[in-house]
Design a protein around this ligand. Structure first.
Ligand code: PLP
Length: 444
């Protein structure tokens, strides 16, 4: 028998890890067998620089049809005039939009990182932050966007882009209010302002019809990842409103031309050949997202998150925003249990519950030891866990938090090995009852 590459043994280990643990990271999910199949196809052999019907290589007759399917489905999902399905990731999608609309030095107004914004919205360590001038707005004590601050900064700094988007925020944004601010500032300066929404986390909730769609509230562009709540392969998309033109031809720098400016900014502006195997998997995922069952899935994500939030509060967790309106929960473990997020994250890892430590808006400076943890329900909801399981989960989270409190630090957990092992067994049992899609049962 031919020896198999050791990589496949490790993939097997990863299948086991995913099957036996519960995924609480709000940006993760599980794809279907069909999505996985499209991603692992021979489409990876093909060069397709350009766009359907306008390629720089021959032999794209099948690829063109596949990319067009992905585009048409994405447009339908988000009620958009145009979709670019080529961005390799959410970060690439954001950079392409900045590049499409801004000149170096232009100002972009976005939620600040400590408030819940994403790295790609102006963190000094990114390339974008070295090119453009980012200004950050924050959140209020109740956890909502500080719209007054946003408005004040928009009037004062006159940004070229106002960006609503986040990775750690649990309210429904008021897009109309932001659009009104942009309109007023624009009337004053005579310069068009691009309204951009980065819905990487909640795009699946929008597609499922239970979250406002920024494109239906005056926004021009929405970027997203495809692998979070949309349940597709790792990647990005950009959907927009406006006139669809020829991406190979230059066009005027106007809001109505945003779709064409974006196409040109993705390729050749910031990327080379598209990953057509991933685009095929996006098309399959978008096809799934258009089914009525996906609406139920999206509604269940939010229902589970709200049940989990209520249960966590009952057991003594203090939550940012006092709960959630989407899929995401930010728990303040410092003020609830006098432990830090990193320590708690490590202890939960030991019992097979995966989440991540996260700063709270109230954490000061660069938080090496953030006070909170971020968790969410998209992955668990895909596996079929429901309200009853959310209660069990909250119980385990409370038990582990109390163990951490007694242990004091990570070496101190040694004394609680048996207690942690008992919880680990419970998590494994529950996880086995809810198989991961696309992992064969015999492997679970
Ligand atoms: C996850 C995320 C991204 C980045 O996506 P990648 O695919 O990891 O590059 C961008 N913006 C927001 C708001 C995100 O949550």
């Amino acid at each position: 028998m031919q020896k198999q590459d050791e990589v496949f043994g490790l993939i097997g280990q990863e299948e086991k890890r995913q099957s036996e643990g519960l995924e609480l990271i709000p940006s993760e999910n599980y794809v279907s067998e069909e999505v996985l199949k499209a991603m692992g196809s021979v489409l990876t052999n093909k060069y397709s620089e350009g766009y359907p019907g306008k390629r720089y290589y021959g032999g794209n007759e099948n690829v063109d049809k596949i990319e067009n399917l992905a585009i048409e489905r994405a447009k339908k999902l988000f009620n958009a005039d145009h979709a670019n399905v080529q961005p390799h990731s959410g970060a690439n999608a954001n950079e392409a939009v900045y590049f499409a609309w801004c000149k170096p030095g232009d100002t972009i107004l976005a939620m600040s990182l400590p408030a819940g914004g994403h790295l790609t919205h102006g963190s000094p360590v990114t390339r974008s932050a070295k090119i453009y001038s980012f200004v950050g707005y924050g959140v209020t004590e109740s956890g909502d966007i500080d719209y007054d601050e946003l408005e004040r900064l928009a009037r004062e700094k006159k940004p070229r882009i106002i960006l609503v988007g986040y990775s750690a925020f649990m309210k429904l944004p008021d897009f109309d209010r932001v659009a009104k601010v942009a309109k007023e500032v624009s009337a004053e300066t005579g310069e068009e302002i691009l309204l951009m929404a980065d819905m990487a986390h909640v795009a699946g909730l929008i597609a499922g019809g239970i979250h406002p769609n920024p494109l239906e509230h005056g926004f021009h562009v929405m970027t997203s990842t495809t692998h979070k709540t949309l349940r597709g392969p790792r990647g990005g998309i950009i959907v927009s409103k406006g006139k669809v033109g020829n991406p190979l031809k230059k066009c005027e720098h106007k809001l109505e031309n945003v779709p064409t400016l974006i196409d040109r900014a993705v390729f050749p502006g910031t990327q080379g050949g598209p990953l057509e195997h991933v685009i095929a998997a996006k098309a399959v995922a978008f096809g799934e997202d258009l089914q009525p069952e996906f609406k139920t899935y999206a509604a269940n994500i939010v229902k589970n998150a709200q049940v989990l939030a209520d249960e966590l509060k009952k057991t003594g967790f203090k939550l940012q925003g006092d709960g959630t309106e989407n899929h995401l929960i930010l728990a303040d473990v410092k003020s609830s249990f006098r432990i830090d997020g990193k320590f708690y994250e490590a202890a939960l890892d030991k019992v097979g519950l995966t989440l991540n430590a996260n700063s709270l808006p109230t954490d000061k400076g660069a938080a090496f030891r953030p006070s909170g943890v971020r968790l969410g329900t998209p992955a668990m909801t895909t596996r079929g866990l429901g309200e009853e399981e959310m209660r069990i989960l909250a119980g385990w989270m409370k038990q582990v938090a109390e163990i951490c409190q007694k242990a004091g630090d990570e070496p101190g957990l040694e004394k609680y090995t048996d207690e942690l092992a008992a919880i680990r067994e419970g998590v494994r049992d529950l996880a086995r009852q809810f198989p991961v899609p696309a992992i064969r049962p015999k492997d679970q």
